[in-house]
Write a protein that binds this ligand. Sequence first.
Ligand code: PMP
Length: 422
Amino acid sequence: MTSNAALIARRNRTIGPYSPLFYDEPLQFVSGSGAWLTEASGRRYLDGYNNVPHVGHANPRVVAAMADQAARLNIHTRYLNDRVIDYSEQLLATFAPGLDRVLYGNSGSEANELAIRIARQQTGAVGMIVSDFSYHGTTITLAELTTGLQTREPLAPHIRAFRIPDLDTDSRPESEVLATTLAELDTAIRSLQEAGFGVAAALFDPLFSTEGMPRIPAGLVDGIVQRVRAAGGLVIADEVQSGFGRTGSHMWGHAAVGMEPDLVTMGKPMGNGHPMSAVVTSEAVLDQFGAHNEFFNTFAGNPVSAAVGEAVLAEMTAERLQERAGELGAVALARFRALAERHDFVRSAKGTGMFLGLDFAVAGAAAPQIAKQVVEGMKSRGVLISRIGRDSNVLKVRPPLAFGATELPILLDALDDTLSEV
Ligand code: PMP
Protein backbone atom coordinates (compact mmCIF):
# COMPACT_ATOMS: atom_id res chain seq x y z
CA MET A 1 0.00 0.00 0.00
CA THR A 2 1.29 3.47 -0.94
CA SER A 3 1.31 5.72 2.11
CA ASN A 4 -1.26 8.54 2.19
CA ALA A 5 1.54 11.11 2.17
CA ALA A 6 3.21 9.65 -0.93
CA LEU A 7 -0.09 9.28 -2.80
CA ILE A 8 -1.18 12.81 -1.91
CA ALA A 9 2.14 14.17 -3.19
CA ARG A 10 1.63 12.33 -6.51
CA ARG A 11 -1.99 13.47 -6.59
CA ASN A 12 -0.96 17.09 -6.13
CA ARG A 13 1.53 16.77 -8.98
CA THR A 14 -1.06 15.29 -11.37
CA ILE A 15 -4.72 16.08 -10.73
CA GLY A 16 -3.83 18.84 -8.26
CA PRO A 17 -5.01 19.53 -4.71
CA TYR A 18 -8.21 21.38 -5.57
CA SER A 19 -10.74 18.58 -5.35
CA PRO A 20 -11.06 18.41 -1.56
CA LEU A 21 -10.44 15.10 0.18
CA PHE A 22 -12.65 13.97 3.03
CA TYR A 23 -11.18 13.68 6.56
CA ASP A 24 -8.08 15.00 8.33
CA GLU A 25 -6.43 11.72 7.36
CA PRO A 26 -7.99 10.66 4.02
CA LEU A 27 -9.12 7.12 3.27
CA GLN A 28 -7.80 4.88 0.47
CA PHE A 29 -10.30 2.24 -0.49
CA VAL A 30 -9.47 -0.86 -2.50
CA SER A 31 -12.80 -2.69 -2.65
CA GLY A 32 -16.47 -2.45 -1.85
CA SER A 33 -19.44 -4.75 -1.40
CA GLY A 34 -23.01 -3.83 -0.51
CA ALA A 35 -22.85 -1.00 2.04
CA TRP A 36 -19.24 -1.78 2.99
CA LEU A 37 -15.90 -0.45 1.83
CA THR A 38 -12.48 -1.91 2.54
CA GLU A 39 -9.44 0.28 3.04
CA ALA A 40 -5.98 -0.53 1.75
CA SER A 41 -5.03 -1.47 5.35
CA GLY A 42 -7.78 -4.11 5.37
CA ARG A 43 -10.08 -2.15 7.70
CA ARG A 44 -13.75 -2.20 6.75
CA TYR A 45 -15.99 0.87 6.87
CA LEU A 46 -19.75 1.07 6.76
CA ASP A 47 -20.81 3.49 4.02
CA GLY A 48 -23.42 5.82 5.47
CA TYR A 49 -22.78 8.56 2.95
CA ASN A 50 -22.57 7.57 -0.71
CA ASN A 51 -25.71 7.58 -2.83
CA VAL A 52 -24.04 6.66 -6.13
CA PRO A 53 -23.60 2.96 -5.22
CA HIS A 54 -27.36 2.94 -4.77
CA VAL A 55 -27.96 -0.81 -4.92
CA GLY A 56 -24.61 -1.55 -3.28
CA HIS A 57 -20.93 -1.25 -4.07
CA ALA A 58 -19.84 -3.67 -6.81
CA ASN A 59 -23.38 -5.02 -7.03
CA PRO A 60 -23.17 -8.43 -8.74
CA ARG A 61 -26.37 -7.99 -10.80
CA VAL A 62 -25.19 -4.61 -12.13
CA VAL A 63 -21.65 -5.80 -12.82
CA ALA A 64 -22.91 -8.89 -14.65
CA ALA A 65 -25.36 -6.88 -16.77
CA MET A 66 -22.64 -4.37 -17.64
CA ALA A 67 -20.06 -7.02 -18.52
CA ASP A 68 -22.53 -9.13 -20.49
CA GLN A 69 -23.74 -6.24 -22.64
CA ALA A 70 -20.21 -4.81 -23.08
CA ALA A 71 -19.04 -8.22 -24.30
CA ARG A 72 -21.73 -8.24 -26.99
CA LEU A 73 -22.35 -4.71 -28.23
CA ASN A 74 -21.95 -1.10 -27.27
CA ILE A 75 -23.17 1.45 -29.80
CA HIS A 76 -24.80 4.87 -29.86
CA THR A 77 -28.44 5.80 -30.38
CA ARG A 78 -28.13 6.48 -34.13
CA TYR A 79 -28.66 2.74 -34.66
CA LEU A 80 -31.75 0.97 -33.49
CA ASN A 81 -31.32 -1.05 -30.34
CA ASP A 82 -34.06 -2.47 -28.13
CA ARG A 83 -32.09 -2.24 -24.89
CA VAL A 84 -32.46 1.52 -24.45
CA ILE A 85 -36.15 1.35 -25.38
CA ASP A 86 -36.78 -1.42 -22.83
CA TYR A 87 -35.04 0.64 -20.19
CA SER A 88 -36.85 3.83 -21.15
CA GLU A 89 -40.22 2.08 -20.80
CA GLN A 90 -39.26 0.80 -17.35
CA LEU A 91 -37.93 4.16 -16.20
CA LEU A 92 -40.89 6.15 -17.50
CA ALA A 93 -43.30 3.72 -15.82
CA THR A 94 -42.06 5.15 -12.48
CA PHE A 95 -43.40 8.64 -13.35
CA ALA A 96 -46.87 10.11 -13.19
CA PRO A 97 -48.77 10.26 -16.50
CA GLY A 98 -47.61 13.22 -18.55
CA LEU A 99 -43.93 12.72 -17.76
CA ASP A 100 -43.45 10.21 -20.54
CA ARG A 101 -40.41 11.13 -22.60
CA VAL A 102 -36.71 10.77 -21.74
CA LEU A 103 -33.43 12.10 -23.11
CA TYR A 104 -30.14 10.67 -21.84
CA GLY A 105 -26.87 12.20 -20.71
CA ASN A 106 -23.75 11.08 -18.85
CA SER A 107 -23.77 13.20 -15.71
CA GLY A 108 -26.14 15.18 -13.53
CA SER A 109 -24.58 18.33 -14.93
CA GLU A 110 -25.37 17.33 -18.50
CA ALA A 111 -28.95 16.57 -17.54
CA ASN A 112 -29.41 19.95 -15.84
CA GLU A 113 -27.72 21.76 -18.69
CA LEU A 114 -30.08 20.09 -21.18
CA ALA A 115 -33.15 20.78 -19.05
CA ILE A 116 -32.23 24.47 -18.91
CA ARG A 117 -31.64 24.52 -22.67
CA ILE A 118 -35.07 22.97 -23.22
CA ALA A 119 -36.72 25.43 -20.82
CA ARG A 120 -35.08 28.40 -22.52
CA GLN A 121 -36.24 27.29 -25.95
CA GLN A 122 -39.72 26.46 -24.70
CA THR A 123 -40.27 29.81 -23.01
CA GLY A 124 -38.11 32.15 -25.08
CA ALA A 125 -36.85 33.48 -21.74
CA VAL A 126 -33.40 33.07 -20.16
CA GLY A 127 -33.97 33.98 -16.49
CA MET A 128 -33.42 31.25 -13.91
CA ILE A 129 -34.50 30.98 -10.31
CA VAL A 130 -32.53 28.90 -7.82
CA SER A 131 -32.21 28.71 -4.06
CA ASP A 132 -29.47 30.74 -2.44
CA PHE A 133 -27.53 27.69 -1.24
CA SER A 134 -27.70 25.12 -4.01
CA TYR A 135 -25.53 23.06 -6.33
CA HIS A 136 -26.53 21.68 -9.71
CA GLY A 137 -23.31 20.88 -11.55
CA THR A 138 -20.07 21.74 -13.28
CA THR A 139 -20.84 23.31 -16.66
CA ILE A 140 -20.44 27.05 -17.15
CA THR A 141 -24.22 27.59 -17.15
CA LEU A 142 -24.47 25.72 -13.86
CA ALA A 143 -21.35 27.28 -12.31
CA GLU A 144 -22.99 30.64 -13.02
CA LEU A 145 -26.02 29.64 -10.95
CA THR A 146 -24.14 27.88 -8.16
CA THR A 147 -24.80 29.42 -4.78
CA GLY A 148 -23.88 26.56 -2.45
CA LEU A 149 -20.29 25.66 -3.34
CA GLN A 150 -17.21 27.70 -4.03
CA THR A 151 -16.87 28.68 -7.71
CA ARG A 152 -14.93 31.39 -9.50
CA GLU A 153 -17.94 32.12 -11.73
CA PRO A 154 -20.01 35.03 -10.42
CA LEU A 155 -23.79 34.60 -10.57
CA ALA A 156 -24.82 35.34 -14.16
CA PRO A 157 -26.94 38.50 -14.67
CA HIS A 158 -30.01 36.37 -15.50
CA ILE A 159 -29.90 34.33 -12.27
CA ARG A 160 -31.91 35.18 -9.16
CA ALA A 161 -31.54 33.26 -5.92
CA PHE A 162 -33.94 33.23 -3.00
CA ARG A 163 -33.60 31.79 0.46
CA ILE A 164 -35.21 28.49 1.42
CA PRO A 165 -36.20 28.88 5.08
CA ASP A 166 -35.87 26.26 7.78
CA LEU A 167 -38.60 26.11 10.41
CA ASP A 168 -36.16 24.27 12.69
CA THR A 169 -34.02 27.40 12.98
CA ASP A 170 -36.51 30.19 12.23
CA SER A 171 -38.47 31.26 15.28
CA ARG A 172 -41.17 33.19 13.37
CA PRO A 173 -44.64 31.70 12.84
CA GLU A 174 -44.84 29.32 9.87
CA SER A 175 -47.30 31.56 7.99
CA GLU A 176 -44.97 34.53 8.28
CA VAL A 177 -41.97 32.48 7.10
CA LEU A 178 -44.01 31.32 4.10
CA ALA A 179 -45.19 34.83 3.26
CA THR A 180 -41.72 36.42 3.42
CA THR A 181 -40.16 33.62 1.36
CA LEU A 182 -42.78 33.92 -1.37
CA ALA A 183 -42.43 37.71 -1.30
CA GLU A 184 -38.68 37.28 -1.88
CA LEU A 185 -39.46 34.98 -4.81
CA ASP A 186 -41.94 37.55 -6.21
CA THR A 187 -39.19 40.17 -6.06
CA ALA A 188 -36.79 37.82 -7.88
CA ILE A 189 -39.35 37.14 -10.62
CA ARG A 190 -40.18 40.84 -11.02
CA SER A 191 -36.51 41.69 -11.23
CA LEU A 192 -35.94 39.13 -14.02
CA GLN A 193 -38.93 40.50 -15.90
CA GLU A 194 -37.89 44.13 -15.49
CA ALA A 195 -34.37 43.31 -16.71
CA GLY A 196 -35.90 41.75 -19.84
CA PHE A 197 -34.69 38.21 -19.06
CA GLY A 198 -38.10 36.76 -18.32
CA VAL A 199 -38.39 33.47 -16.44
CA ALA A 200 -37.25 30.31 -18.24
CA ALA A 201 -37.33 28.05 -15.21
CA ALA A 202 -36.89 27.45 -11.53
CA LEU A 203 -34.39 24.69 -10.83
CA PHE A 204 -34.41 23.05 -7.43
CA ASP A 205 -33.85 19.84 -5.51
CA PRO A 206 -37.25 18.83 -4.07
CA LEU A 207 -35.62 17.88 -0.74
CA PHE A 208 -33.24 20.88 -0.71
CA SER A 209 -30.35 18.53 0.06
CA THR A 210 -27.44 20.95 -0.34
CA GLU A 211 -29.35 23.54 1.68
CA GLY A 212 -29.23 21.12 4.61
CA MET A 213 -32.67 19.46 4.38
CA PRO A 214 -34.59 22.41 5.83
CA ARG A 215 -38.07 21.83 7.29
CA ILE A 216 -40.00 24.10 4.94
CA PRO A 217 -43.41 25.71 5.53
CA ALA A 218 -46.48 23.90 4.19
CA GLY A 219 -47.44 25.43 0.87
CA LEU A 220 -43.94 26.60 -0.07
CA VAL A 221 -43.38 24.15 -2.93
CA ASP A 222 -46.87 24.88 -4.32
CA GLY A 223 -46.25 28.59 -3.95
CA ILE A 224 -42.97 28.38 -5.89
CA VAL A 225 -44.49 26.27 -8.67
CA GLN A 226 -47.54 28.55 -9.06
CA ARG A 227 -45.49 31.73 -9.21
CA VAL A 228 -42.93 30.38 -11.67
CA ARG A 229 -45.69 29.05 -13.95
CA ALA A 230 -47.63 32.31 -13.72
CA ALA A 231 -44.46 34.11 -14.88
CA GLY A 232 -44.32 31.77 -17.90
CA GLY A 233 -41.47 29.63 -16.56
CA LEU A 234 -41.05 25.86 -16.29
CA VAL A 235 -40.25 23.92 -13.15
CA ILE A 236 -37.23 21.61 -13.12
CA ALA A 237 -36.87 19.07 -10.31
CA ASP A 238 -33.22 18.11 -9.82
CA GLU A 239 -33.47 14.53 -8.55
CA VAL A 240 -29.74 13.80 -8.64
CA GLN A 241 -29.80 13.32 -4.84
CA SER A 242 -33.47 12.86 -4.03
CA GLY A 243 -34.47 10.31 -6.67
CA PHE A 244 -34.67 6.53 -7.09
CA GLY A 245 -36.63 5.70 -3.96
CA ARG A 246 -34.43 7.40 -1.38
CA THR A 247 -37.41 9.07 0.34
CA GLY A 248 -38.89 5.65 1.02
CA SER A 249 -42.41 6.91 0.39
CA HIS A 250 -41.95 7.60 -3.32
CA MET A 251 -39.65 6.79 -6.20
CA TRP A 252 -39.12 10.51 -6.85
CA GLY A 253 -38.51 13.37 -4.45
CA HIS A 254 -40.89 15.64 -6.35
CA ALA A 255 -43.71 13.13 -5.84
CA ALA A 256 -42.81 12.88 -2.15
CA VAL A 257 -43.31 16.63 -1.75
CA GLY A 258 -46.41 16.76 -3.97
CA MET A 259 -44.81 18.70 -6.79
CA GLU A 260 -45.58 18.33 -10.50
CA PRO A 261 -42.50 19.45 -12.44
CA ASP A 262 -42.22 20.05 -16.19
CA LEU A 263 -38.77 18.52 -16.32
CA VAL A 264 -37.02 16.06 -14.03
CA THR A 265 -33.27 15.53 -14.04
CA MET A 266 -31.47 12.55 -12.55
CA GLY A 267 -27.98 11.07 -12.37
CA LYS A 268 -25.81 9.69 -9.56
CA PRO A 269 -27.70 6.53 -8.41
CA MET A 270 -29.12 5.86 -11.88
CA GLY A 271 -26.13 3.81 -13.03
CA ASN A 272 -24.79 2.75 -9.61
CA GLY A 273 -21.46 4.38 -10.55
CA HIS A 274 -21.65 3.89 -14.31
CA PRO A 275 -21.94 7.44 -15.70
CA MET A 276 -25.49 7.98 -16.86
CA SER A 277 -28.15 10.64 -16.43
CA ALA A 278 -31.47 11.69 -17.91
CA VAL A 279 -34.04 14.41 -18.40
CA VAL A 280 -37.66 13.28 -18.21
CA THR A 281 -40.38 15.53 -19.58
CA SER A 282 -43.68 15.53 -21.47
CA GLU A 283 -44.33 14.72 -25.11
CA ALA A 284 -45.30 18.35 -25.79
CA VAL A 285 -42.12 19.78 -24.31
CA LEU A 286 -39.93 17.25 -26.10
CA ASP A 287 -41.73 17.87 -29.42
CA GLN A 288 -41.20 21.60 -29.10
CA PHE A 289 -37.48 21.09 -28.39
CA GLY A 290 -37.15 18.43 -31.10
CA ALA A 291 -38.71 20.67 -33.70
CA HIS A 292 -35.60 22.87 -33.53
CA ASN A 293 -32.90 20.48 -32.42
CA GLU A 294 -31.46 17.22 -33.60
CA PHE A 295 -30.36 15.80 -30.25
CA PHE A 296 -27.43 13.40 -30.19
CA ASN A 297 -25.12 12.63 -27.30
CA THR A 298 -22.41 10.08 -28.23
CA PHE A 299 -22.21 7.98 -25.06
CA ALA A 300 -25.67 8.61 -23.67
CA GLY A 301 -28.33 5.92 -23.85
CA ASN A 302 -25.93 3.26 -25.13
CA PRO A 303 -26.86 -0.41 -24.62
CA VAL A 304 -24.33 -0.91 -21.81
CA SER A 305 -25.77 2.07 -19.90
CA ALA A 306 -29.28 0.80 -20.57
CA ALA A 307 -28.34 -2.66 -19.27
CA VAL A 308 -26.88 -1.09 -16.14
CA GLY A 309 -29.95 1.10 -15.62
CA GLU A 310 -32.24 -1.91 -16.00
CA ALA A 311 -30.17 -3.89 -13.50
CA VAL A 312 -30.41 -1.03 -10.97
CA LEU A 313 -34.22 -0.97 -11.28
CA ALA A 314 -34.40 -4.78 -11.11
CA GLU A 315 -32.24 -4.85 -7.99
CA MET A 316 -34.38 -2.15 -6.38
CA THR A 317 -37.48 -4.25 -6.97
CA ALA A 318 -35.93 -7.58 -5.96
CA GLU A 319 -34.51 -6.18 -2.72
CA ARG A 320 -37.49 -3.85 -1.99
CA LEU A 321 -35.00 -1.00 -1.63
CA GLN A 322 -37.50 1.84 -1.68
CA GLU A 323 -39.74 0.15 0.88
CA ARG A 324 -36.71 -0.66 3.01
CA ALA A 325 -35.62 2.98 2.84
CA GLY A 326 -39.01 3.89 4.28
CA GLU A 327 -38.91 1.23 7.01
CA LEU A 328 -35.29 1.75 8.08
CA GLY A 329 -35.55 5.52 7.65
CA ALA A 330 -38.44 5.64 10.15
CA VAL A 331 -36.41 3.66 12.70
CA ALA A 332 -33.39 5.87 12.13
CA LEU A 333 -35.35 9.13 12.37
CA ALA A 334 -36.91 8.05 15.68
CA ARG A 335 -33.43 7.40 17.07
CA PHE A 336 -32.13 10.70 15.65
CA ARG A 337 -35.01 12.47 17.41
CA ALA A 338 -34.14 10.73 20.66
CA LEU A 339 -30.55 11.94 20.26
CA ALA A 340 -31.83 15.47 19.66
CA GLU A 341 -33.80 15.25 22.92
CA ARG A 342 -30.80 13.97 24.83
CA HIS A 343 -28.12 16.40 23.64
CA ASP A 344 -28.44 20.18 23.99
CA PHE A 345 -26.16 20.82 21.04
CA VAL A 346 -28.51 18.94 18.65
CA ARG A 347 -30.99 21.55 17.46
CA SER A 348 -33.08 19.20 15.34
CA ALA A 349 -33.27 15.83 13.62
CA LYS A 350 -33.98 16.01 9.91
CA GLY A 351 -34.79 13.70 7.09
CA THR A 352 -36.98 11.56 4.90
CA GLY A 353 -36.36 7.90 4.19
CA MET A 354 -32.67 7.14 4.00
CA PHE A 355 -31.62 10.78 3.88
CA LEU A 356 -31.11 11.96 7.44
CA GLY A 357 -29.41 14.73 9.32
CA LEU A 358 -28.74 16.25 12.71
CA ASP A 359 -28.42 20.02 13.00
CA PHE A 360 -25.85 21.14 15.55
CA ALA A 361 -26.04 24.51 17.29
CA VAL A 362 -24.74 26.02 20.51
CA ALA A 363 -26.56 28.95 22.09
CA GLY A 364 -28.58 29.40 18.89
CA ALA A 365 -25.49 29.58 16.64
CA ALA A 366 -24.72 26.90 14.05
CA ALA A 367 -21.91 24.65 15.26
CA PRO A 368 -19.90 23.37 12.27
CA GLN A 369 -17.01 22.38 14.56
CA ILE A 370 -19.28 19.85 16.32
CA ALA A 371 -20.41 18.47 12.96
CA LYS A 372 -16.77 18.07 11.93
CA GLN A 373 -15.91 16.38 15.21
CA VAL A 374 -18.83 13.97 14.79
CA VAL A 375 -17.91 13.12 11.18
CA GLU A 376 -14.33 12.36 12.30
CA GLY A 377 -15.60 10.47 15.37
CA MET A 378 -17.82 8.31 13.16
CA LYS A 379 -14.86 7.59 10.92
CA SER A 380 -12.80 6.41 13.87
CA ARG A 381 -15.69 4.05 14.65
CA GLY A 382 -15.66 2.76 11.07
CA VAL A 383 -18.71 4.62 9.70
CA LEU A 384 -18.68 7.12 6.83
CA ILE A 385 -20.99 10.13 6.88
CA SER A 386 -20.57 13.81 5.96
CA ARG A 387 -22.07 17.23 6.62
CA ILE A 388 -23.99 19.85 4.63
CA GLY A 389 -25.93 23.08 4.89
CA ARG A 390 -25.03 26.74 4.54
CA ASP A 391 -23.09 26.53 7.82
CA SER A 392 -21.77 22.98 7.31
CA ASN A 393 -23.39 22.12 10.63
CA VAL A 394 -25.87 19.47 9.50
CA LEU A 395 -24.82 15.82 9.43
CA LYS A 396 -25.49 14.16 6.10
CA VAL A 397 -26.43 10.51 6.40
CA ARG A 398 -27.29 9.27 2.92
CA PRO A 399 -26.14 5.67 2.58
CA PRO A 400 -26.48 3.31 -0.37
CA LEU A 401 -30.05 1.96 -0.28
CA ALA A 402 -28.41 -1.46 0.00
CA PHE A 403 -28.24 -0.66 3.68
CA GLY A 404 -29.85 -3.36 5.73
CA ALA A 405 -31.30 -4.07 9.14
CA THR A 406 -27.83 -5.37 10.12
CA GLU A 407 -26.09 -2.16 9.14
CA LEU A 408 -28.50 0.37 10.64
CA PRO A 409 -27.83 -0.40 14.34
CA ILE A 410 -24.08 -0.20 13.67
CA LEU A 411 -24.49 3.33 12.34
CA LEU A 412 -26.94 4.39 15.06
CA ASP A 413 -24.84 2.98 17.92
CA ALA A 414 -21.70 4.61 16.53
CA LEU A 415 -23.56 7.92 16.34
CA ASP A 416 -24.89 7.59 19.86
CA ASP A 417 -21.41 6.80 21.10
CA THR A 418 -19.81 9.66 19.16
CA LEU A 419 -22.33 12.23 20.43
CA SER A 420 -21.70 11.16 24.03
CA GLU A 421 -18.10 12.16 23.52
CA VAL A 422 -18.82 15.69 22.21
N1 PMP B 1 -27.45 18.22 -8.94
C1 PMP B 1 -27.30 17.86 -7.66
C2 PMP B 1 -28.44 18.08 -6.71
C3 PMP B 1 -26.11 17.28 -7.23
O1 PMP B 1 -25.96 16.92 -5.96
C4 PMP B 1 -25.06 17.08 -8.17
C5 PMP B 1 -23.75 16.44 -7.78
N2 PMP B 1 -23.34 16.63 -6.49
C6 PMP B 1 -25.26 17.48 -9.50
C7 PMP B 1 -26.47 18.02 -9.85
C8 PMP B 1 -24.19 17.32 -10.54
O2 PMP B 1 -24.07 16.00 -10.93
P1 PMP B 1 -22.72 15.49 -11.62
O3 PMP B 1 -21.60 15.63 -10.65
O4 PMP B 1 -23.03 14.07 -11.99
O5 PMP B 1 -22.51 16.32 -12.84
